[in-house]
Design a protein around this ligand. Structure first.
Ligand code: ZN
Length: 182
Protein backbone atom coordinates (compact mmCIF):
# COMPACT_ATOMS: atom_id res chain seq x y z
CA UNK A 1 0.00 0.00 0.00
CA UNK A 2 1.47 3.32 -1.06
CA UNK A 3 0.73 6.79 0.26
CA UNK A 4 2.74 9.89 -0.53
CA UNK A 5 4.84 11.11 2.37
CA UNK A 6 3.10 13.88 4.33
CA UNK A 7 -0.25 13.26 2.66
CA UNK A 8 -3.32 13.09 4.88
CA UNK A 9 -3.95 9.71 6.43
CA UNK A 10 -7.15 7.91 5.48
CA UNK A 11 -6.28 4.24 5.83
CA UNK A 12 -8.15 3.34 9.01
CA UNK A 13 -10.54 6.25 9.22
CA UNK A 14 -12.84 4.88 11.90
CA UNK A 15 -10.51 6.05 14.65
CA UNK A 16 -7.44 4.96 16.51
CA UNK A 17 -6.97 1.68 18.36
CA UNK A 18 -3.87 2.17 20.41
CA UNK A 19 -1.83 -0.32 22.40
CA UNK A 20 0.85 1.05 24.68
CA UNK A 21 3.32 -1.78 25.14
CA UNK A 22 5.22 0.10 27.84
CA UNK A 23 2.37 0.25 30.32
CA UNK A 24 0.41 -2.59 28.74
CA UNK A 25 -2.73 -0.61 28.04
CA UNK A 26 -4.26 -2.48 25.14
CA UNK A 27 -6.74 -1.55 22.46
CA UNK A 28 -7.51 1.94 23.68
CA UNK A 29 -9.91 3.35 21.10
CA UNK A 30 -10.73 6.98 20.43
CA UNK A 31 -11.42 9.42 17.67
CA UNK A 32 -8.16 11.22 16.93
CA UNK A 33 -8.15 14.88 17.91
CA UNK A 34 -5.23 15.51 15.59
CA UNK A 35 -4.51 15.49 11.90
CA UNK A 36 -2.62 12.41 10.75
CA UNK A 37 0.11 12.68 8.13
CA UNK A 38 1.38 9.63 6.28
CA UNK A 39 5.06 8.73 6.39
CA UNK A 40 6.77 5.60 5.14
CA UNK A 41 3.98 3.87 3.23
CA UNK A 42 6.35 2.50 0.59
CA UNK A 43 5.61 0.09 -2.18
CA UNK A 44 7.56 -1.27 -5.10
CA UNK A 45 6.96 0.72 -8.25
CA UNK A 46 6.58 4.04 -6.43
CA UNK A 47 9.35 6.55 -5.88
CA UNK A 48 10.74 7.02 -2.41
CA UNK A 49 13.73 8.86 -1.01
CA UNK A 50 16.90 7.04 -0.06
CA UNK A 51 19.66 8.51 2.02
CA UNK A 52 21.71 8.12 5.17
CA UNK A 53 19.50 8.36 8.21
CA UNK A 54 21.11 9.60 11.44
CA UNK A 55 21.89 6.67 13.70
CA UNK A 56 20.11 8.33 16.60
CA UNK A 57 17.00 8.62 14.46
CA UNK A 58 17.04 4.94 13.51
CA UNK A 59 17.55 3.87 17.12
CA UNK A 60 14.71 6.06 18.36
CA UNK A 61 12.39 4.93 15.59
CA UNK A 62 12.98 1.28 16.48
CA UNK A 63 12.31 2.10 20.14
CA UNK A 64 8.98 3.66 19.18
CA UNK A 65 8.09 0.53 17.24
CA UNK A 66 8.77 -1.50 20.37
CA UNK A 67 6.59 0.76 22.49
CA UNK A 68 3.46 1.17 20.37
CA UNK A 69 1.01 -0.67 18.22
CA UNK A 70 -1.74 1.32 16.53
CA UNK A 71 -4.59 -0.03 14.40
CA UNK A 72 -3.21 -3.55 14.28
CA UNK A 73 -4.79 -5.52 11.46
CA UNK A 74 -5.29 -9.20 11.11
CA UNK A 75 -2.60 -10.72 8.94
CA UNK A 76 0.79 -9.39 8.01
CA UNK A 77 2.05 -7.05 5.36
CA UNK A 78 5.30 -8.29 3.88
CA UNK A 79 7.85 -5.90 2.47
CA UNK A 80 7.77 -5.95 -1.31
CA UNK A 81 11.00 -3.96 -1.64
CA UNK A 82 13.12 -6.94 -0.67
CA UNK A 83 14.69 -8.39 -3.79
CA UNK A 84 13.72 -11.98 -3.26
CA UNK A 85 10.80 -13.65 -1.51
CA UNK A 86 11.44 -15.38 1.75
CA UNK A 87 12.48 -18.98 1.19
CA UNK A 88 10.53 -21.76 2.84
CA UNK A 89 13.48 -22.33 5.14
CA UNK A 90 13.11 -18.77 6.41
CA UNK A 91 9.42 -18.12 7.01
CA UNK A 92 7.84 -14.80 7.86
CA UNK A 93 8.07 -15.16 11.62
CA UNK A 94 11.84 -15.66 11.61
CA UNK A 95 13.81 -12.43 11.60
CA UNK A 96 16.02 -11.49 8.70
CA UNK A 97 19.52 -10.15 8.91
CA UNK A 98 20.01 -6.53 9.78
CA UNK A 99 17.31 -4.91 11.82
CA UNK A 100 14.96 -7.77 11.21
CA UNK A 101 11.73 -6.03 10.40
CA UNK A 102 10.89 -7.57 7.08
CA UNK A 103 7.58 -9.30 7.67
CA UNK A 104 6.49 -7.59 10.80
CA UNK A 105 4.02 -5.19 9.30
CA UNK A 106 0.76 -5.66 11.13
CA UNK A 107 0.16 -2.25 12.56
CA UNK A 108 1.24 1.35 12.72
CA UNK A 109 2.84 3.89 15.03
CA UNK A 110 2.09 7.51 15.85
CA UNK A 111 4.67 10.22 16.43
CA UNK A 112 3.55 13.64 17.65
CA UNK A 113 4.30 16.39 15.16
CA UNK A 114 3.42 20.06 15.38
CA UNK A 115 0.52 20.78 17.72
CA UNK A 116 -2.59 19.15 16.31
CA UNK A 117 -0.73 16.74 14.06
CA UNK A 118 0.72 13.26 14.38
CA UNK A 119 2.68 11.26 11.86
CA UNK A 120 1.13 7.93 10.90
CA UNK A 121 3.67 5.33 9.85
CA UNK A 122 3.30 1.62 9.12
CA UNK A 123 5.18 -0.78 11.33
CA UNK A 124 7.40 -1.72 8.39
CA UNK A 125 8.97 1.73 8.43
CA UNK A 126 11.67 0.39 10.75
CA UNK A 127 12.67 -2.17 8.15
CA UNK A 128 12.51 0.38 5.36
CA UNK A 129 14.86 2.72 7.20
CA UNK A 130 17.24 0.17 8.68
CA UNK A 131 17.45 -2.28 5.81
CA UNK A 132 16.49 -0.38 2.64
CA UNK A 133 18.01 3.04 3.32
CA UNK A 134 14.69 4.90 3.26
CA UNK A 135 15.12 8.47 4.47
CA UNK A 136 11.81 9.92 5.68
CA UNK A 137 11.06 13.63 5.31
CA UNK A 138 12.89 15.93 7.69
CA UNK A 139 9.82 16.91 9.78
CA UNK A 140 9.35 13.26 10.64
CA UNK A 141 13.03 12.74 11.47
CA UNK A 142 12.89 15.75 13.78
CA UNK A 143 9.67 14.55 15.39
CA UNK A 144 11.09 11.09 16.08
CA UNK A 145 14.24 12.56 17.59
CA UNK A 146 12.07 14.74 19.82
CA UNK A 147 9.77 11.98 21.03
CA UNK A 148 10.65 9.58 23.83
CA UNK A 149 8.08 6.76 23.93
CA UNK A 150 9.42 5.72 27.32
CA UNK A 151 9.27 9.20 28.77
CA UNK A 152 6.86 10.36 31.40
CA UNK A 153 3.76 12.21 30.29
CA UNK A 154 1.18 14.21 32.12
CA UNK A 155 -1.21 11.45 33.12
CA UNK A 156 -4.90 11.90 32.50
CA UNK A 157 -5.65 8.23 32.91
CA UNK A 158 -3.78 5.64 34.98
CA UNK A 159 -1.49 3.50 32.89
CA UNK A 160 -1.89 5.53 29.73
CA UNK A 161 1.31 7.24 28.78
CA UNK A 162 0.77 8.78 25.41
CA UNK A 163 -0.16 12.39 24.89
CA UNK A 164 -2.82 12.20 22.22
CA UNK A 165 -5.93 11.29 24.15
CA UNK A 166 -8.67 13.71 23.12
CA UNK A 167 -10.36 15.75 25.84
CA UNK A 168 -13.73 14.07 25.39
CA UNK A 169 -12.43 10.54 26.00
CA UNK A 170 -13.59 8.86 29.19
CA UNK A 171 -12.32 5.79 30.96
CA UNK A 172 -14.73 2.87 30.81
CA UNK A 173 -14.48 -0.70 31.94
CA UNK A 174 -14.66 -3.63 29.61
CA UNK A 175 -14.54 -7.34 30.34
CA UNK A 176 -10.82 -7.71 29.86
CA UNK A 177 -9.73 -4.59 31.68
CA UNK A 178 -9.95 -0.85 31.55
CA UNK A 179 -10.23 0.87 28.25
CA UNK A 180 -10.65 4.37 26.93
CA UNK A 181 -13.54 5.14 24.69
CA UNK A 182 -15.81 7.93 23.65
ZN1 ZN B 1 12.36 -5.31 2.69
Amino acid sequence: MFYEDLSCYAYADAGEVFTDRVDDMRFVSFRPAYERLNVGWLEAGHRWTAGPAPRAFTDRLLAILEAQQVNAMLGLHECDLCPTPLPDSHPWYMPRQGHLRASDGTGEVRVPGHPGTAFAAPYLIGHYVADHGYLPPEPFVDAVLGFDPYGSWPVRFPGVRFPWIPDDAVLRHVDDGECLGI
